[in-house]
Ligand binder design. Structure first.
Ligand code: PMP
Length: 307
């Protein structure tokens, strides 16, 4: 099932992709009032299709909704089941899943409280976000001229639709200048994250990543990197990262549901390390892939089986 085909779960029922419409006067269209998630389902060797870190994504979705005072009219367990059902109904084994919860048609004006909270879940096949080749050779990125929103402006911990206007500026600028992705700094000038990925750098064998106070989304893949680094006995620290530390890093890599674990080869034209995937990145990445491909036991119970 590719993008544009199959069934979408909408407010409790499955509808054809073409009929999954939302009114043009819905609050979300005008004011960005929605929260969402991005998950992946992997077709694991032997174990079959499994949704990766389902409960963690559902938790973050409900947290995002809480921040924006949206009451989702389902329990987290019901919503999680709807995500599983969406994969099943579409007969997918390996896919990307996009749940969205948004303010629908009610009244106009900034006050969202009179608009119904609506939800939808779509799923489709989606390959490597930053390209197949990137997994080994890395991506070439720039430091964006756009900053992440300052603390207490747009809450970074919420995965809210409106936040992605900032991500779009970062992404468009990067692409237009010939880069694969952009890295944003936070309002203080410290490294924050990519337009849709968390960032890590390696120096002297230690992994560093910005803390949640650096306007980052608390990534679920980022959490996997922490878990795997500790298991592999690699020191990992959350630290404010000055921009210039990127250029002198031994290795840099991204993490994200879409990007998985992707090495960064160049930043602003500066070669990072040897300009290829470095050894620490490779250890984390290969362990991550062993787990998602089902080549080892799901020892952290990261998967929810679809069958
Ligand atoms: N930061 C941003 C801005 C993102 O959009 C994403 C993707 N959801 C991430 C980080 C990575 O988060 P996760 O690992 O949970 O996908």
């Amino acid at each position: 099932m590719s993008f544009g085909q199959g069934k979408i779960w909408m407010d409790g029922a499955f509808v054809d992709w073409a009929d999954a419409n939302c009114h043009v006067m819905s609050h979300v269209v005008h004011y960005g009032s929605g929260v969402f998630e991005g998950l992946r389902c992997y077709d694991r060797q032997d174990a079959g299709p499994g949704i990766f870190r389902l409960q963690d994504h559902v938790k973050r979705l409900y947290d995002s909704a809480t921040i924006y005072r949206m009451e989702i009219p389902y329990t987290p367990a019901e919503f999680a089941q709807a995500i599983v059902d969406t994969v099943k109904v579409n007969g997918l084994r390996s896919c990307y899943i996009r749940p969205v919860v948004y303010r629908g048609l009610g009244s106009m004006g900034v006050n969202p409280l009179n608009c119904p909270v609506r939800s939808a879940i779509a799923a489709w096949n989606w390959g490597k976000y930053l390209g197949d080749e990137a997994m080994e050779n890395g991506v070439s990125v720039c430091v964006s001229s756009w900053r992440r929103a300052a603390p207490n402006t747009f809450p970074a911990l919420a995965k809210a639709n409106g936040n992605y206007l900032n991500s779009q500026l970062i992404k468009m600028e990067a692409l237009q200048n010939g880069y694969d992705e952009g890295i944003a700094l936070d309002s203080h000038g410290y490294v924050s994250e990519g337009s849709g990925e968390n960032i890590f750098l390696v120096r002297g064998g230690v992994i560093y990543t910005p803390p949640s106070s650096a306007s980052i989304l608390p990534g679920i893949t980022r959490h996997c990197v922490f878990t795997l680094a500790r298991e592999l006995d690699i020191r990992i620290e959350q630290h404010e990262i000055p921009r210039e530390m990127l250029y002198v890093a031994d290795e840099v890599f991204f993490s994200g549901t879409a990007a998985e674990v992707t090495p960064v080869s160049h930043i602003d034209g500066v070669k990072i390390g040897n300009g290829k995937r470095g050894p620490v990145t490779e250890r984390i990445q290969s362990e991550f892939f062993r787990i998602i491909e089902g080549k080892c036991k799901d020892r952290y119970a990261w998967f929810t089986p679809v069958a």
